[in-house]
Write a protein that binds this ligand. Structure first.
Ligand code: ATP
Ligand code: MG
Length: 358
């Protein structure tokens, strides 16, 4: 196999258990590189952490974009130590800036029931739940446009606008249709609420219909967000790729992983699909200050995020092999971490996945 593929990765452990699970993610990435014949250039950064904030009074150095903006991707742990630095400072001073400055307009989360992970949905087996949530990540309902009139009086009125641009809607739909097209089921579901939100949501639906014309082999349907959340719980086997606006996607991308068991294994990507800027791959969980320092955190969310990163970088085979290795290890009760009622610690679980891969 050729070894001229080099991927340059900025590794940012951040806070709390990020510092414990990122090394396990790196261990598995390195095992994948060895096995699949590509090279990784891993550059470590201590910023985007509360330790950095305590030393420098800011989450990121002034030249952070020069330092990490040319990397192929960012492998991120977690940020936040609410006892030391308020969350709005740590989060808005790091991850949210990455999302905006690096135009990561897709938030991608797989929703997949894994072996050994009890689903809160009774009777569901691995294989029953296996789909993707694609969330629009830069506009929509989360705009800062609006205001408050007659503040503090009985006539008080507050307004906040939803912003949908054609470019903004089309680009996330294109990503979702292409993802759907690349899967065996070739199916896409769009989240809407055009029966209640009478201007922006009909526009969203219109653009979905238009985009679908370019993907004649992709079958698609749409549900209003209220009944869609019910289907997530009642009929999760119905889904393949689900695409949603910023707010609806935010809700679905937490509901989905919740239906598949533990927060410790869910991965995510904040993606700039054109690769004009680096994308961030990070576990769904946070810095978990309550268990930090004990070496018991589940590293699988981080390791799986590494698999998503490799997929984004074009290393599909390696990405699939990592997910298979995760499944193998999860099937083995003695290799599970404490959140899954197993005896393994963070390092043991990470090593087992790296070995299963090799
Ligand atoms: P965020 O920082 O994303 O807002 P949060 O601070 O609300 O998240 P987390 O840090 O994810 O929450 O922790 C929530 C709970 O899940 C905690 O009890 C934590 O110990 C547990 N937890 C989170 N991640 C893991 C993990 N990888 N392994 C085991 N337990 C975890
Ligand atoms: Mg937190």
């Amino acid at each position: 196999m050729s070894t001229n593929r080099v991927h340059r990765i900025a590794v940012i452990p951040g806070d709390g258990i990020g510092k414990e699970v990122v090394p396990e993610g790196v261990r598995v990435l390195e095992a994948a590189a060895k096995k699949f014949g590509f090279k990784l250039q891993l550059d470590n950064f201590d910023f985007a952490s509360c330790d950095y904030y305590e030393k420098h009074g800011r989450m990121l150095p002034e030249d952070w974009k020069d330092q990490i903006g040319k990397h192929d991707a960012i492998f991120f742990g977690a940020v936040g130590m609410p006892d030391k630095v308020p969350d709005h400072i740590s989060l808005w001073g790091s991850l949210i800036l990455f999302r905006r400055e690096f135009d990561q307009y897709v938030n991608l989360r797989p929703v997949r029931l894994m072996p050994g992970v009890p689903s809160p949905l009774a009777g569901r087996e691995p294989g029953d739940i296996d789909f993707w949530v694609v969330r629009e990540n830069t506009e929509g309902e989360y705009s800062a446009i609006g205001g408050r009139m007659f503040a503090g009086t009985e006539r008080e009125v507050v307004v906040q606008e939803t912003v949908m641009s054609r470019v903004g809607v089309d680009r996330v739909l294109k990503f979702a249709f292409e993802l759907a097209q690349s899967t065996p089921k070739k199916h896409l579901t769009s989240a809407t609420k055009s029966n209640g939100i009478a201007i922006t949501m009909p526009y969203w639906d219109e653009r979905v219909k238009e985009m679908a014309k370019s993907y004649p082999d992709v079958k698609w349907n749409q549900f209003h967000i209220d009944i869609l959340t019910a289907h997530f719980v009642m009929n999760p086997d119905k889904f393949n790729v689900v695409v949603a606006s910023n707010l609806f996607g935010d809700i679905l991308s937490d509901l989905g992983p919740a239906c598949t068991g533990t927060i410790g294994i869910a991965p995510s990507g904040n993606i700039n699909p054109e690769r004009k800027y680096p994308s961030v791959f990070e576990p769904v969980h946070g810095s978990a200050p309550d268990i930090y320092g004990q070496g018991i955190a589940n590293p699988i969310g981080q390791i799986w995020s590494g698999a998503m990163m490799l997929e984004h970088l074009g290393e599909s085979e390696a990405a699939k092999a990592i997910v298979t290795a995760i499944e193998k290890v999860l099937a083995e009760p003695k290799l599970r971490t404490r959140d899954l009622k197993g005896p393994a610690n963070t390092v043991e679980c990470g090593k087992a996945i790296a070995e299963a891969l090799a």
